[in-house]
Design a binder for this molecule. Structure first.
Ligand code: FEO
Length: 162
């Protein structure tokens, strides 16, 4: 059985994951309108992935006999000056999510809730990958700068994401 405190914290994380999904869907919409289908596709896949993260915690809360409560999702930015600006925002956002996951692990340890701590390890590892991916794209886009062919090639590469 989850403690009320842990249940509330996990519900807050479900909200944060759905907020992430909403942000990436907004980025997908922005780049679709900008004629960059590959970047739009990449953020759409990211939207799907974040919903998966929310559902992972949703199912865990249910499995532990808790109650999922869905609150309002915060507003997100609607446009970005460039692909670089969007990936910089992505990295900043993922760093916030990482801090939230770390706080959850700390709470699970304080509560001696080792099952929740174990479940959260998947997210700890996932965040390393999320930050590293965003950082890699930032570095590539910093090299590309305003080079039109570079942006075209970058967009084409991102179309390949499964
Ligand atoms: Fe679910 Fe990108 O953190």
């Amino acid at each position: 059985m989850l403690s009320k405190k842990m249940e509330a914290a996990l519900n807050a994380q479900i909200n944060a994951e759905l907020w992430s999904a909403y942000l990436y869907l907004s980025m997908s919409a922005h780049f679709a309108a900008e004629g960059k289908p590959g970047i739009s596709h990449w953020f759409k896949a990211q939207f799907d992935e974040e919903q998966g993260h929310a559902m992972k915690i949703f199912e865990y809360v249910v499995e532990r006999g808790g109650k999922v409560e869905l609150k309002a999702i915060g507003e997100v930015t609607q446009s970005w000056a460039s692909p670089l600006a969007a990936f910089e925002d992505t990295l900043k956002h993922e760093q916030i999510v990482t801090a939230k996951i770390n706080d959850l692990v700390t709470l699970a340890r304080e509560e001696k809730d080792y099952a929740t701590e174990s479940m959260l390890q998947w997210f700890v590892n996932e965040q390393v990958e999320e930050e590293s991916t965003a950082q890699g794209y930032i570095e590539a886009l910093r090299m590309i700068k305003d080079n039109g062919f570079g942006i075209y090639t970058f967009d084409k590469e991102l179309r390949g994401r499964q």
